[in-house]
Design a binder for this molecule. Structure first.
Ligand SMILES: NC(=O)c1ccc[n+]([C@@H]2O[C@H](COP(=O)([O-])OP(=O)(O)OC[C@H]3O[C@@H](n4cnc5c(N)ncnc54)[C@H](OP(=O)(O)O)[C@@H]3O)[C@@H](O)[C@H]2O)c1
Length: 216
């Protein structure tokens, strides 16, 4: 058993989720509101450590007016406990879980534990299957995966993603080292690709929103 996982991202027409210099302001105003509406509907939001280091996100609901103080649980997938002690995700706006592997330095893990929950889950790398089981057992039924491209690949390749929602902005940036929606090791043959079904498409301001179901 695991949570229902929605991968959400904003990308340029050429599939980049950031430039080579890690600039990643892609979504228009309306799309940012859509993302924050979606955050309201999920129990947790998860990102990879490189996204945290590049963007220092708060991962809270703050772009839309809301009466409730609800914020989903924030989860960082961080093998070596590299999360900086002054990262905004460690603030008290919402609960946070850092998922680390057994190779994470204990001294740093101890420091992080003074601020948030730390789960050790996997030997050399965070075991995402086990992490998802653990999150489900603690009552997380829906999880929004907010990148980046390395974690997106690992989650998709492990069959852990149920929906993909993308905002395609009318921008092109190129750059061979610029991150795309899904990077990681990749799949060798098209016949083995992860297959999706288009569920919904609409225009939002200048952007195009596509929503897919992942076939399992
Ligand atoms: N446009 C958008 O919607 C959007 C959204 C999110 C991010 N971004 C951009 O994406 C970029 C970051 O993407 P990224 O691909 O470099 O990094 P990432 O996916 O955010 O983080 C990947 C890192 O997570 C750690 N990790 C731990 N366990 C893992 C596992 N089982 N599978 C995969 N990763 C695991 C690894 O680092 P360690 O080994 O060090 O732990 C890995 O290198 C940033 O520039 C950010 O701005 C854009």
């Amino acid at each position: 058993m695991r949570p229902h996982v929605i991968l959400n991202a904003a990308m340029t027409l050429d599939g980049k989720i950031a430039t080579e210099t890690f600039s990643s302001e892609i979504s228009g105003h309306e799309d940012l509101k859509r993302v924050h509406e979606l955050r309201k509907e999920v129990d947790a939001i998860m990102v990879g450590i490189n996204t945290l280091l590049a963007d220092d996100p708060r991962l809270t609901i703050h772009k839309i007016p809301t009466l409730s103080k609800y914020n989903p649980i924030r989860i960082v997938v961080d093998n070596n406990a590299r999360t900086p002690l002054d990262a905004r995700i460690l603030n008290n706006e919402a609960p946070t879980i850092i998922a680390v592997s057994q190779k994470a330095p204990l001294a740093k893990v101890r420091k992080l534990k003074e601020k948030v929950k730390v789960y050790t889950c996997g030997e050399d790398q965070v075991n995402l299957v086990k992490l998802m089981e653990k999150l489900k057992n603690m009552g997380i039924n829906t999880l929004m995966l907010e990148g980046g491209s390395t974690l997106n690949f690992s989650m998709l390749n492990n069959g852990l993603v149920d929906e993909v929602r993308v905002c395609i902005a009318p921008m092109i940036v190129g750059g061979i080292k610029a991150k795309t929606l899904v990077d990681g090791a990749g799949i060798n043959y098209m016949q083995d690709s992860i297959k999706l079904q288009l569920k919904k498409k609409y225009v939002l301001g200048k952007d195009l929103i596509l929503e897919y179901i992942v076939e399992h």
